[in-house]
Design a protein around this ligand. Structure first.
Ligand code: ADP
Ligand code: MG
Length: 268
């Protein structure tokens, strides 16, 4: 980690991060339900999820595989729509948003950082170009992503996994998103690269006051980065609370079992 980053991390105390999580609502789920058809049967994968993410919060979302975490992210940017219930982003229900504006405001990054054919520069300029805009200073931007300027003209597909994840997140950030949905963004990386990206995301979040909804199966990561942690099991939100309390004093038996590794889907 470079010195500047370290200084910034030291400047933000855990208490300041907690107060950021008590402000204005940025993402609100109100009784969100969603089903999919499987083998001709209707399977409900979200059951009346109600919760609030405050501006500047980092919510880490954990739960067994198949519990509905990715589906919950998908209803935030109209990748899918709830069957019933509502999702508000910045006070407006998602279906009242213009889809392009919504997807600009709410950025999404997955585990597999897909590169579009072309150079790193092409990838970073994708969003701005769609708006008839330009990335003001691609070299400076690359440095902010923690990538060498020599990579600007490199073929995006030749990058390492960690570098691709930086470019993918850089693409999202070039859209000036205020909310980031992060779906297992460090899962495919080796531990060193994962930690590196994690610290970089946390730094960006603090610099820009971003709101994060961060799915991870790495419980240590969920604890390190979260201001709040939510547990989903079988499409229901079992527990949602301040991260330290979630891990130190879980309120629900299911949470205790999950933290003990009895429900699967978590890595310690
Ligand atoms: P998680 O991210 O917690 O692993 P998901 O949200 O991906 O869980 O999936 C929850 C459930 O919904 C799973 O049983 C999955 O198979 C099902 N599911 C997700 N997306 C679809 C889809 N497009 N069509 C059918 N079933 C789906
Ligand atoms: Mg998932």
């Amino acid at each position: 980690m470079d010195e500047q980053v370290q200084e910034q991390l030291l400047e933000t105390t855990p208490d300041e991060r907690k107060t950021a999580a008590e402000g204005e609502a940025e993402v609100v789920f109100r009784a969100v339900s969603k089903s999919f058809a499987r083998d001709g049967q209707k399977v409900e994968v979200l059951h009346g999820v109600s919760a609030t993410v405050h501006k500047g919060a980092v919510v880490t979302l954990v739960g067994p595989s198949g519990s509905g975490k990715s589906t919950l992210l998908s209803v935030c940017n109209l990748m899918s729509t709830p069957d019933s219930g509502e999702v508000f982003i910045s006070g407006r229900e998602v279906r009242q948003w213009n889809v392009r504006e919504l997807r600009r405001y709410v950025g999404l990054a997955f585990q597999s950082a897909t590169m579009f054919p072309g150079t790193v520069r092409d990838n970073l300029e994708l969003g701005p170009k769609l708006r008839g805009d330009l990335l003001a200073d691609p070299r400076a931007y690359l440095r902010r992503l923690g990538l060498g300027v020599d990579l600007l003209t490199a073929n995006a597909d030749d990058l390492s996994g960690g570098q691709k994840q930086r470019v993918a997140l850089g693409r999202v950030l070039a859209n000036e998103s205020k909310v980031l949905l992060l779906d297992e963004v460090t899962s495919a990386l080796d531990p060193a690269a994962a930690k590196d990206i994690e610290e970089w995301i946390v730094q960006l979040q603090r610099e820009q006051g971003l709101t994060l909804l961060w799915v991870t199966h790495n419980l240590e990561q969920a604890r390190r980065v979260g201001t709040e942690t939510w547990l989903m099991v079988n499409g229901g939100l079992v527990e949602a609370g301040p991260t330290e309390e979630f891990f130190e004093h879980p309120q629900h038996e299911l949470t205790r079992r999950f933290l003990n590794g009895e429900l699967g889907g978590a890595e310690k």
